[in-house]
Write a protein that binds this ligand. Structure first.
Ligand code: F6P
Length: 555
């Protein structure tokens, strides 16, 4: 990851988006469009219904969007994505997560993809064998970013009482994470799954070593036997002690934030069942087909992307709120934060020049109705507000139809309130009983909701693996379409490298003995101050904290 090679030609290099006549026509049409939910606009895609009625609309905007996508070369870019072309042009690699979803149906001539199919089958066989033998009552999943969010999301969505094994996740390098995760687990009945595409991620390797120490100190004589790994770097996993038969190979041509479609689904299969993985892949594959085949005007990812381009790049909204009306989608926002912000959080296009229009809104949110009691006030009445993507299902928990009706009613009501708002005249009716008219008017002003705030509603029949897979692929392709328009490479992540590199040096400096005397670290005043202050603090004599048996000594 993060390696520069010669790369490949960037699509659209040399053409400034902001100066292009198609962009200017699109921006003009967006300025003149209506936001009044006057015309129903829904698209059925892979079992989802995407309702864009409450976005900016007009026939001219539709037409300008079509012309923009054509000018930016969407069709060719999409073909390259699906055919395994080097769409990650700064690293000269494909980003071929769609091939994983297509599974057996696609065989690359160079055999690359048959290896991914083989490894996936081997991973599922491994899970079946463990299930049959009744091995392990818990899984300790170690990984971060794309090697963590997918499993967390799926386990939260489909776990619960029927879960086959307990699972604990450790991602953060914060020692509390591992201590808390292993608390109450029987080391002898726990499988440690180390998930890392690169197998060089500092947090993951540190936590993996600490987990191995925990196994040993928990009475496990052969700790290696209780390790499994998913990685594109099998030799590093074996070097850590993971038996080769329990190392499952990811392909280098799948980006870390797309790894849930790969053997990185191991922990999902172990805890909520292989059928969840299979269903998710099938839903994503159905969305892939829709994205490839549906015409622009009826293409859900494309239309979602265009709505986002209007809101972000034309109307200037720098964030997008995700409100999933499902407690089981607790981790959807974080999953989408990585997908959208690691992919699009960039400001230069293929030619290295600034894109020239605002890009990549901040993704934030939490499930409804919790969000309503947290930040919806801001969505309704702050100066700017933000567009919202509402996500809901027709069917909720079968045992609580009333609760689901309330949940859905809240979702529909919030969208309506954001769009319609509440005028001063309406607010005055609410205070008509107050005799003091001056006070009534002043109070009414506080009750005004400006309205005119756009939203999308994505509805699934019910939250099941298939619909979750389709939902994730919907957002993946939306991101891809936006990247094509902005001219951004959505498959690299140079922005996480600089901080990582600096941390390595600073960590070394934090460990320098105070007895070394005054050191000129060559940093800014604040960084140098905190390095020295931490060293004095950490090296001051104090009683040692015992921590959990077997773990503290290794952290
Ligand atoms: O945050 C940067 C990143 O490289 C992500 O893209 C990736 O999901 C994460 O780190 C973990 O990387 P790895 O799977 O190689 O440990």
């Amino acid at each position: 990851m993060g390696k520069a090679n010669n790369g490949t030609a960037a699509p659209g290099a040399g053409s400034s988006l902001a100066d292009s006549p198609q962009w200017q026509a699109f921006a003009r049409a967006a300025d003149a469009a209506r936001l009044d939910a006057g015309a129903l606009k829904t698209i059925e895609a892979a079992g989802l219904c995407v309702d864009l009625t409450m976005q900016w609309q007009s026939p001219a905007l539709e037409e300008a969007g079509r012309a923009l996508l054509e000018a930016r070369g969407l069709a060719a870019a999409r073909d390259a994505l699906f055919e395994g072309g080097p769409v990650n042009w700064t690293e000269g690699k494909p980003a071929w997560h769609t091939a994983l979803r297509a599974g057996r149906t696609r065989e690359a001539p160079d055999g690359q993809d048959s290896e991914s199919v083989r490894e996936y089958a081997r991973m599922l066989d491994y899970v079946r064998a463990l299930d049959k033998a009744g091995d392990y009552s818990s899984v300790l999943h170690i990984g971060i970013g794309g090697s963590d969010w997918g499993p967390r999301l799926a386990v939260q969505a489909f776990g619960g009482p029927a879960q086959r094994r307990q699972i604990r996740f450790v991602s953060n390098i914060d020692g509390h994470s591992l201590h808390d995760a292993v608390a109450g687990l029987d080391a002898r009945r726990c499988l440690v799954v180390i998930s890392s595409k690169s197998f060089t991620t500092a947090e993951t390797l540190h936590n993996a070593r600490a987990a191995i120490a925990w196994l040993r100190n928990g009475g496990v004589r052969d700790a290696s036997a209780q390790l499994a790994a998913v990685t594109a770097n099998p030799s590093a996993a074996r070097a850590l002690g993971v038996p080769g038969s329990q190392v499952f190979k990811m392909c280098d041509w799948v980006g870390g934030r797309y790894s849930v479609w790969s053997v990185a689904g191991l922990s999902i299969a172990l805890t909520v069942g292989a059928e969840v993985l299979i269903g998710m892949r099938a839903g994503a594959e159905a969305m892939d087909q829709h994205f490839r085949q549906a015409p622009v005007g009826a293409n859900a990812p494309v239309q979602l992307a265009l709505a986002g381009l209007v809101n972000c790049s034309v109307k200037g909204h720098n964030s997008l709120n995700i409100a999933a009306y499902s407690a089981r989608l607790l981790h959807l926002v974080t999953y989408l934060q990585q997908l959208e912000m690691e992919s699009l959080g960039k400001r230069v296009a293929g030619d290295g020049q600034p894109v020239g229009v605002p890009t990549a809104p901040i993704i934030w949110g939490m499930p409804g109705t919790d969000g309503q009691h947290t930040f919806f006030q801001w969505l309704h009445q702050s100066e700017d507000g933000a567009p919202v993507d509402f996500i809901a299902s027709l069917q909720g928990h079968p045992g609580s139809p009333d609760a689901h009706r309330m949940l859905l009613a809240n979702c529909l009501a919030q969208r309506q309130a954001l769009l319609r708002g509440k005028s001063l005249e309406q607010a005055l009716l609410d205070v008509a009983h107050i005799d003091d008219r001056e006070r009534a008017l002043s109070l009414a002003r506080h009750m005004v909701h400006p309205g005119g705030r756009p939203s999308t509603l994505v509805v699934m029949r019910q939250l099941d693996p298939r619909s979750l897979g389709a939902l994730l692929a919907l957002y993946e392709h939306k991101v891809f379409v936006q990247s094509v328009v902005w001219g951004i490479n959505p498959f690299d992540q140079w922005g996480v490298e600089l901080g990582k590199r600096l941390a390595t040096g600073i960590e070394r400096e934090l460990a320098v003995p105070v007895s070394a005397g005054l050191v000129d670290w060559g940093h800014d005043a604040s960084t140098s101050y905190w390095i020295d202050r931490y060293r004095s603090h950490a090296q001051a004599p104090r009683p040692r904290h015992a921590g959990l048996p077997g773990v503290a000594a290794h952290l």
